[in-house]
Design a protein. Structure first.
Length: 151
């Protein structure tokens, strides 16, 4: 889990020197412990195949709406766009892949995926897992959005 926390910290901020400020580091660590860790476990346990990320997109939208973003769903089928309005100034765009892969998880983790899903492309029932880190990407995106909204 230390690696996971470090990944969130690095994904959440664009400049390392900025992240080294204690108040920012502490805020991210607190949000990780209080919210993001369980959100990561949820995403890890509930992967969905490409073009079938209905529950994942809904959960991301719920998270972002919950902190004040205007959220537009169903973009390109399962994508979302979220906008935080905070006045004039630079615009920041963030993105994260959210699909899982049709692979059976054999990690031994207590929160390993046991999900099976009908592949929307092949129409076959397949095991699904987050084998390439998209669960970390989307959790980092939500953590970054939460931090940006507060600051």
């Amino acid at each position: 889990m230390k690696f996971l926390y470090a990944s969130f910290l690095l994904l959440s901020l664009s400049h390392f020197s900025f992240a080294s400020q204690p108040n920012i580091r502490d805020a991210i660590k607190e949000d990780y412990e209080n919210h993001l860790k369980s959100l990561f476990v949820y995403f890890h346990q509930n992967p969905e195949l490409s073009m079938g990320e209905v529950k994942t997109a809904k959960r991301i939208a719920q998270e972002l709406k919950g902190v004040g973003f205007d959220v537009f769903e169903g973009i390109g089928q399962t994508g979302i766009v979220a906008i935080l309005k905070n006045g004039n100034g630079p615009t920041v765009m963030m993105r994260a892949d959210m699909d899982g892969l049709p692979i059976k998880e054999d990690s031994g983790l207590a929160y390993a995926s046991t999900v099976e899903q009908v592949d929307p492309i092949t129409d076959e029932l397949r095991p699904v897992m987050h084998a390439c880190g998209h669960d970390v990407h989307i959790t980092g995106l939500v953590g970054t959005a939460r931090y940006m909204q507060k600051n």
